[in-house]
Design a protein around this ligand. Sequence first.
Ligand SMILES: Cc1cc2nc3c(=O)[nH]c(=O)nc-3n(C[C@H](O)[C@H](O)[C@H](O)COP(=O)(O)OP(=O)(O)OC[C@H]3O[C@@H](n4cnc5c(N)ncnc54)[C@H](O)[C@@H]3O)c2cc1C
Length: 317
Amino acid sequence: MSVLVFIELEDGKIKKSSREAIAYGAAIGEVTALALGSASNDELASAGENGATRVLHVADERLNAGLIQPFAEVISSVFASSGASILVTAKSSLADAVVGRVAVKSGASLASNVSALPDTSNGFVVKQSIYTGKATANMSLTSDKKILAIKKNAIELKTGGATASVEATSVSLDDAWFGAKIISSEKAEGDVLLPEADIVVSGGRGLKGPENWGMIEDLAKTLGAATGCSKPVSDMDWRPHHEHVGQTGVKVSPTLYIAVGISGAIQHLAGVNSSKYIVVINKDADAPFFKAADYGIVGDAFEVLPKLNEALKKALA
Ligand SMILES: Cc1cc2nc3c(=O)[nH]c(=O)nc-3n(C[C@H](O)[C@H](O)[C@H](O)COP(=O)(O)OP(=O)(O)OC[C@H]3O[C@@H](n4cnc5c(N)ncnc54)[C@H](O)[C@@H]3O)c2cc1C
């Protein structure tokens, strides 16, 4: 089965979630990946490590801005010409906006937030994560062409494959597709950005005040993690709003989410419950967050965090 995987680039690098999408595609067929915008040949060839055999590269710089309409047009065109019956992408806000349009143009059936490999024993059935990860739906895709947007952490990242061949591909771009332009942008500060982070250390009202955030930042630094917080913390301006995690903030899907002094209200959990592992540190053994945790430490954050940080520093040295 021939599978086309759309890979998202950030500053010319393949996003980790897109590498997972390649690994997902490789588990069901032979993967051709598609990259739009500027990236080096070496970077694109590294898609082979995750299971792609070749990468089609439409390098036009106008695609660097990640605009929805040109992406939908180019992906639809390549999906039609590639002979692939399945298009796979990582679920993201860009992919959500793009693949719906591609599905309409291609007459494909679409499943988003897919959390497991398809069951092909009787048709083509995928599991979709719904209700912010609290439930799953089995969806049967019956059309010849199918589009799957894969939830982060749905599949083990495959590495160690060969390098992929990279082919420059030209698609004629219509100026009319570029009617919307990003004229300026501001990036959140920090070495590791929250939505893409593999590890997040997040603090809540239990930390008592912004002056105590050094403990969170130290632990984040040790682990190469991004920092997050609960809504009241950002509402009180203890932390910037782009760190607010939850239903009304950033939704994260890291491999590891460490919640410190956060009670675990349902609105906070809605933003974190697709994390692979959740560690909760709270002095109240009855804090609701412990029910969602894989590991928990009942203790005072002001005692636990410095000790945990020292132990991790030693272990990781
Ligand atoms: C419409 C709506 C949308 C919302 N959206 C969001 C959202 O997106 N994200 C979000 O986070 N919230 C959201 N909320 C708010 C949410 O309901 C909670 O009020 C909020 O998550 C609580 O934040 P918190 O856990 O930091 O504070 P608290 O509920 O005050 O909990 C603090 C926790 O810290 C623990 N603690 C105290 N001292 C220590 C210590 N020394 N060591 C260890 N633990 C300690 C306490 O035991 C407690 O569990 C929303 C609410 C509404 C109504």
